[in-house]
Design a binder for this molecule. Structure first.
Ligand code: ZN
Length: 164
């Protein structure tokens, strides 16, 4: 296992739509393990493959470890299969946009569907931090970062804060 270097915005790889993961090889398993180690070391609650320079649809997350319980999840080819009508605004950090948080409004709950490292498709309803992280990381696989979720004025303010 290894802690990988994290790509920071505006690196073009963070604005690129990623390719589906095909066969689950040893290399994919090793990448997922390295990404979890990198996420915990950062420290963060989620990390997507493009953030370590790999343009494939894979992310790792752990919504609870900062509260003392590790619940690592590796999602391959994740999809947001459903989301709540209720939306909520929360301050989000991003390991690729260090030093600032941005206030992003998203659905409060989602149903995620993904392939695990065992090759099986599964789904789960998520709320709270888990729903937030899963949406943020799925965005990364589509080349979308928090800045892209802001209106023009908020984006300008956030970009100025990031540049400072
Ligand atoms: Zn991020």
């Amino acid at each position: 296992m290894a802690v990988l270097p994290i790509v920071t915005w505006p690196d073009a790889r963070l604005s690129t739509s990623c390719a589906a993961v095909g066969e689950i090889t040893e290399e994919i398993r090793a990448l997922a393990a390295d990404m979890l180690e990198t996420m915990y070391a950062a420290p963060g609650r989620g990390l997507a493959a493009p953030q370590v320079g790999r343009l494939i649809r894979l992310f790792v997350m752990d919504a609870t470890w900062k509260e003392g319980v590790r619940t690592p999840i590796v999602m391959l080819n994740p999809e947001i299969a459903g989301f709540s009508e209720t939306v909520i605004g929360m301050d989000e950090g991003c390991l690729s946009i260090p030093g600032i948080t941005t206030h992003v409004t998203r659905p409060a709950g989602v149903t995620m569907s993904w392939t695990g490292l065992d090759g099986l498709r599964q789904s789960a309803e998520m709320a709270g931090n888990a729903a937030r992280i899963a949406q943020h990381e799925t965005d990364h696989l589509d080349g979308v970062v928090t800045f892209d979720r802001l209106d023009d004025a908020a984006r300008e303010t956030a970009l100025a804060e990031y540049a400072a």
